[in-house]
Ligand binder design. Structure first.
Ligand SMILES: C[S@@+](CC[C@H](N)C(=O)[O-])C[C@H]1O[C@@H](n2cnc3c(N)ncnc32)[C@H](O)[C@@H]1O
Length: 243
């Protein structure tokens, strides 16, 4: 068994209460906890939740070009540097390094890039993840709109992949959740209107954070922050209608 363990720990969407008992246990016992941030001088979103539960100081901020899409070189340099930090921690005998990530580590998380980088630098590393509550689950809870019922299908779509694909997902799938759409929201709302999916749709921004807002999509006509999620359920639902 490898003595080098890297654990991606989901810490939920932002509300410190939405973290699992297992996540707290792993963070508390890790030799080193890495906290992704865009700015080393600022408390990142994952860090705020970690600090609410962890009482040791084996914490280290790590710059990650979290939503850097244009500058590929900068993004890759950040991943390489982060992988190097983990490799050095293992060389310094740390056995378990935890990486805290918002939501779930297997849903559009930078953790998978870090794990791939570390795997190249430390071939015997054992990589595991601890699931976390995702933003779409939190939005369903805050808005009172169930994600899926009975035989309904669910598509999770990143708006950065283009609005045509979003349109197709709305035609193909019952519920469609859109991530990464904050600055495209006026156009997202337009697509929902054209596809007759606007009335039941809701948008959650900064879920779990003090500035949280949850609104009907029909009330949104401006850009919102990157941390925004759109939940478009199928049209009218009747009790047990899709069983
Ligand atoms: C890189 S993905 C991270 C997803 C995350 N790993 C998860 O499991 O939910 C970033 C996207 O997740 C959504 N998101 C994450 N946290 C959020 C929050 N607190 N409020 C609203 N949306 C959030 C937004 O759509 C954002 O653009």
């Amino acid at each position: 068994m490898s003595t080098h363990r890297l654990v991606g720990v989901g810490v939920g969407p932002g509300d410190p209460d939405l973290i699992t008992v297992k996540a707290i246990r792993v963070l508390q016992s890790a030799d080193l906890v890495l906290l992704p941030t865009m700015d080393l001088n600022a408390v990142g979103r994952a860090e705020a939740t970690v600090r609410a539960h962890v009482d040791h100081d084996r914490l280290r901020r790590l710059t990650f070009a979290l939503n850097e899409r244009e500058d590929r070189a900068r993004r890759e340099a950040a991943w390489d540097a982060a992988g190097q930090v983990v490799a050095e921690a293992f060389a310094g005998l740390a056995t378990t390094v935890a990486f805290a990530t918002i939501g779930d580590p297997n849903v559009y998380s930078t953790f998978s890039y870090l794990a791939a980088t570390v795997g190249r630098l430390v071939p015997d590393v054992e990589v595991t993840t601890v699931p976390g509550i995702t933003a779409m689950q939190h939005l369903a809870a805050e808005s009172g709109v169930p994600l899926v019922e009975g035989e309904e299908t669910l598509t999770l779509y990143p708006i950065t992949a283009g609005l045509q694909g979003y349109r197709e997902a709305l035609r193909r799938s019952d519920t469609v959740v859109a991530y990464k759409g904050g600055r495209h929201l006026p156009r997202v709302v337009e697509v929902l209107r054209n596809e007759q999916r606007l009335d039941a749709a809701v948008i959650g921004s900064a879920l779990g954070l003090p500035e949280q807002s949850v609104l009907p999509a029909s009330a949104v006509d401006a850009e919102l922050p990157y941390l925004s999620t759109v939940l478009a359920p199928p049209g009218a639902r009747t009790r047990g209608g899709r069983l």
